[in-house]
Design a protein around this ligand. Structure first.
Ligand SMILES: Cc1cc2nc3c(=O)[nH]c(=O)nc-3n(C[C@H](O)[C@H](O)[C@H](O)COP(=O)(O)OP(=O)(O)OC[C@H]3O[C@@H](n4cnc5c(N)ncnc54)[C@H](O)[C@@H]3O)c2cc1C
Length: 443
């Protein structure tokens, strides 16, 4: 390696501790030359290679027994154009680093998920998303990217330049090569008003599209033991950041710790989960209504580890799906302290994006990392699969290529591009063989 550091085998683990591997080489890239050299060396030795971000995927999508190319040292802004406005970043840049840099320039991303600790390339590769009926997934910000492919070349693509490659490469699970740089569309910096509430679940399900459109970023969540939903609405505002915004973030962190405590106690006494989660704590601030800078309002610190499973459904199927999973979770008996969360988003055109071609409802369940909950995830997953659900590529799921093929109209086009770019299966892994199958040459 040139400047990139290459290490003897080491155990690599994801954030949740639910996936691990012992790569034959661990290479840490700090510039694009390191990426090209790692790819060329893997090719000459006949090794497989997987790019890894911060490991915030819950499944083994980033694991490998071949070369693990750690991109968390390949960070920073390459160019910022305040006119467009747009920004070009290195693939290993953390979302929070980007948010700070944009903030200083008076800019922001128009939408994002609840986490800002992962890498830009990892977020777009797995179909990361936030909530907002008129907002596409995180990949919707992408104006172009550069990709190091199996032959060691660096290819650029965007809507105008190599559009077929672009449609395949944006959400590509690390299967087409290593994303080097990404150019993202920005918007002027803005604040959001955050409003929490509660209403009967059925009053939302009566017209879920109306609920989805009732705020720029609407979400709701429910517990297995209640027929009331907690609502969360984020709306752009000219109002300044309110004094209690920081206190609210601390309250979110305490909420996370409370879930973890309930999960631990629940191992011994299941009935205690509901008691802990519904207890009125002294000094509780009640439903939130505050203003914060956009990226602080979208995200919250998530210090406690858990497991999540999420499926993207056509919005038109969401009402039945949510009723089904809520009934299933109620019947299941085992209580998770975490909520079922429902978010919304516009469709996009990227071949393997879970939101491809359809206005989407994302239905997520989070559980403690203990064995008993695996069965709950399976029950939940089966119900969502009944409603044309596509799994989040970075969350727990059991889907296979056979079951996924029919859910993606662009599946064959993606596989042809994959076979052309990676004819010798350099970027494959056990997980990719399961969800995408092996590569086959286009002709
Ligand atoms: C606490 C928590 C909260 C979360 N919240 C949300 C949420 O709100 N919304 C949501 O949609 N998801 C959410 N997720 C899922 C998570 O955001 C994604 O799976 C994550 O973005 C992956 O980013 P990463 O940097 O950790 O990538 P990794 O998990 O390290 O890798 C994921 C995939 O990206 C590929 N990859 C990484 N870098 C490159 C590169 N440079 N080139 C090519 N391929 C690459 C890897 O090969 C792998 O296939 C959450 C996860 C956690 C743990």
């Amino acid at each position: 390696m040139r400047t990139g550091r290459s290490h003897a085998p080491n155990v690599w683990r994801n954030w949740a501790g639910s996936a691990q591997c012992v790569p034959s080489r661990l290479v840490r890239a700090t510039d694009e030359g390191d990426i090209v050299e790692a790819v060329n060396q893997a090719a000459s030795r006949g090794l497989t290679l997987r790019a890894a971000g911060t490991g915030h995927s819950f499944n083994p999508i980033a694991t490998t027994s071949g070369v693990l190319l750690d991109l968390t040292g390949y960070t920073g802004i390459v160019a910022l154009d305040p006119e467009t406005p747009s920004v070009t970043v290195r693939g290993g840049t953390l979302l929070k680093e980007l948010n700070w840099a944009l903030d200083k320039a008076g800019l922001a991303l128009s939408n994002m998920g609840t986490l800002e600790d992962q890498t830009i390339a990892g977020a777009i590769s797995t179909g990361n998303h936030g909530s907002g009926l008129h907002h596409r997934p995180f990949s919707g910000h992408v104006l172009g990217l550069t990709l190091v492919t199996a032959d060691g070349s660096v290819r650029s693509c965007g809507p105008e330049e190599n559009p077929e490659l672009f449609q395949a490469a944006v959400t590509s699970l690390g299967a087409l090569g290593v994303i080097s740089t990404v150019t993202l569309r920005c918007v002027p910096k803005f604040n959001l008003r955050v409003t929490e509430g509660s209403q009967p679940l059925e009053s939302i399900l009566e017209d879920i599209e109306a609920y989805a459109g009732s705020a720029e970023h609407a979400t709701f969540s429910l517990k297995g033991w209640s027929d009331n939903a907690s609502t969360l609405k984020l709306e752009p505002t000219d109002a300044p950041v309110s004094v209690d915004a920081a206190r609210r973030r601390r309250a979110n962190t305490l909420g996370e710790v409370r879930c973890a405590t309930a999960g631990l106690v629940g191992r011994i006494d299941q009935r205690a989960v509901q008691r802990i989660m519904t207890a009125q704590l002294g000094g509780s601030a009640g439903p939130a209504d505050y203003v914060d800078v956009s990226y602080n309002a979208f995200t919250f610190p998530q210090p406690v580890k858990f497991l999540s499973l999420e499926y993207a459904l056509p919005l038109t199927r969401a009402t039945d799906a949510v009723r089904n999973v809520h009934e299933d979770v109620k019947r299941f008996g085992l209580r998770t302290p975490y909520s079922i969360t429902v978010r919304f988003g516009a469709g996009d055109e990227y071949l393997l994006s879970p939101a491809q071609g359809r206005t989407t409802a994302y239905v997520n369940i989070t559980v403690p990392r203990t064995v008993g909950y695996t069965e709950l995830l399976r029950v939940f997953e089966a119900a969502l699969q009944e409603h044309d659900g596509r799994p989040h590529w970075g969350k727990a799921h059991t889907a296979t290529a056979e079951s996924l093929e029919d859910l993606y109209p662009g599946w064959k086009t993606f596989q042809d591009i994959r076979a052309e770019l990676d004819p010798d299966n350099m970027f494959t892994s056990d997980y990719l063989r399961r969800v995408l199958g092996g590569t086959r040459r286009a002709h």
